[in-house]
Design a protein around this ligand. Structure first.
Ligand SMILES: [Cu+2]
Length: 68
């Protein structure tokens, strides 16, 4: 199990938080997603088959690219 906190500059409101949490948690292997509107971060815990590469490409696809 891996937990990574991504910096996501595009987070601007509660809707962004909701979108990120619901989209990323649909990915197989993702255990939890906690996005923070003030810090503009998302802390994601995942295990196989999810990979960091997959998570980052999904974030980019939904218009919330990670800065790290
Ligand atoms: Cu928003």
């Amino acid at each position: 199990m891996t937990t990574v906190t991504y910096s996501i500059p595009n987070i601007s409101c509660g809707h962004c938080v909701h979108t990120i949490q619901s989209e990323v948690s649909d990915l197989a292997g993702v255990v939890s997603v906690s996005a923070d509107q003030t810090a503009r971060t998302a802390t994601i815990t995942f295990d196989v088959p999810a990979t960091e590469e997959q998570i980052k490409s999904l974030l980019a696809e939904i218009n919330y690219p990670a800065a790290n």
